[in-house]
Design a protein around this ligand. Structure first.
Ligand code: UDP
Length: 413
């Protein structure tokens, strides 16, 4: 879709909400905002930034998006940081630290002028977190936005990152459990989906049918889908294990749709593990999709009877939100931001093992009425809590708050 404007959302959230957003943005008119992350494609952060920035611009701010550049050794190091923040014991050595610092310096050379001049800088995740220390003449407010489950980080790696993060004026986490003990205000803002994007807009039935045909799925049998980067924390092998324990008739089909993110070096290895676990089963469809396959993912989610996101760690899980928006119940790993979205017997089921996932999937396949009712509840829950307009409102509120000075406490927006 082309760059969205606020008025596009009147039909989804009502005129009053849009007016409220415009009023909230008034004191921020003309202020410059720069978001920095490490990939323009793939993964939830890139998915969010594209839309959030467009709406910030339509609200009267001057918002832009910068992506830091790095080599393989940098992304290997930052993937270790990512894994370690989510609790994994990583060997983060001197070479990793060097690769990390070198990329911060190189990118600071490119971005310093712009970042130092900006009124607000949002640095997303650990990859560019070191930029603040290299912009000594910054004049604006700098905020670190952590999208991952950092509730129980592997300490040696957190100790490396913590002094960099401490320097920020504030940080944002997706849920209270993730907030760290930091000497600055911490805001709680959940992510969101864009209901009008190619990924989430309603599609003609013929397009959904076309995608079912394209991927050689049988329209007469149930479809179970997990959309995810091929990442071990998403547990695609666990999904295959759950699938192999389902013996309902007609036999369901499993879709594991994924692709790489430019800043994720582990994707190819995990994809190979997934193929091995599938062991040539013709009913397991492993789809390695290009980064712009949004409408196809949309169609696959719509064609599914049940959406799965069996993560073992998850910052939020936009794929859960996307599935729920399409009125599908979700089987989600009982972790992180999935717990904000999936509520047992309401919007889906939280599970702790492949066995648990198999049991709940069987139950949903055997109870189509309940499945539909839960899907309807899921859609309304997303409409009320996880759409882009709510997300924008909370960012605007944060900026207005930080502009006026602030108190040092956790602020749940
Ligand atoms: N996604 C995609 N193509 C893929 C895999 C994922 O477009 O092959 C999208 C997915 O639809 C969702 C986002 O990437 O919008 C993933 O966000 P999520 O929060 O679920 O996980 P993350 O990748 O950020 O850990």
């Amino acid at each position: 879709m082309s760059a969205p404007i606020l008025d596009d959302y009147k039909n989804v959230v009502g005129e009053e909400s849009i007016l409220q957003l415009r009023r909230l943005a008034e004191p921020l008119a003309g202020r410059s905002v720069v978001h920095v992350n490490s990939t323009r494609y793939g993964g939830g952060v890139a998915e969010i930034l594209e839309w959030l920035i467009a709406l910030m611009n339509d609200s009267g701010l001057i918002a832009s998006w910068e992506v830091i550049e790095g080599e393989g050794s940098f992304f290997t190091a930052t993937k270790k940081i990512h894994n370690a923040l989510q609790g994994f014991h990583e060997d983060f050595d001197e070479d990793d630290k060097r690769a990390y610092e070198e990329v911060q310096h190189n990118n600071a050379e490119e971005l310093r002028e712009k970042l130092e001049e900006a009124d607000f800088v949002f640095i997303h995740d650990p990859q560019p977190a070191g930029l603040l220390g290299l912009c000594p003449n910054r004049k604006g407010t700098w905020i670190w936005r952590c999208h991952i489950d950092a509730s129980r980080p592997f300490r040696p790696v957190w100790k490396f990152l913590e002094p960099k993060v401490e320097e920020y004026d504030a940080s944002i986490f997706s849920m209270p459990q993730f907030a760290r003990s930091l000497n600055h205000p911490q805001f709680l803002i959940a992510p969101s989906i864009n209901p009008l994007s190619d990924k989430n807009m309603s599609l003609p039935e013929s397009e959904v049918e076309g995608v079912i045909g394209e991927f050689e799925l049988d329209p007469e049998r149930p479809i179970l889908t997990q959309v995810s980067r091929f990442d071990r924390f998403k547990d695609p092998v666990g999904v295959i294990s759950a699938y192999s324990q389902i013996n309902t008739q007609p036999k369901p089909q499993l879709v594991l749709a994924g692709g790489g993110a430019a800043d994720d070096p582990e994707g190819a290895a995990v994809l190979a593990e997934v193929k091995e676990a599938a062991d040539g089963d013709p009913d397991i469809h492993i789809l390695d999709l290009p980064p712009d396959a949004h409408r196809k993912i949309n169609a696959l989610q719509r064609a599914s009877n049940v959406i799965i996101q069996k993560s073992t760690r998850e910052g939020f899980g936009l794929t859960v939100t996307e599935g729920m928006w399409k009125a599908k119940p979700v089987i989600g790993g009982n972790v992180g931001g999935i717990c904000l979205q999936v509520h047992n017997f309401q919007t889906g089921f939280l599970v702790n093992s492949p066995e648990g996932a198999a049991m709940r999937i069987r139950y949903l396949l055997e109870h189509p009425k309940l499945r539909n009712r839960m899907g309807g509840t899921a859609h309304v829950f997303v409409r009320d809590n996880f759409l882009l307009t709510r997300h924008l409102r909370e960012y605007l509120t944060l900026m207005v708050t930080m502009d006026r000075g602030n108190s040092r406490r956790v602020i749940d927006l």
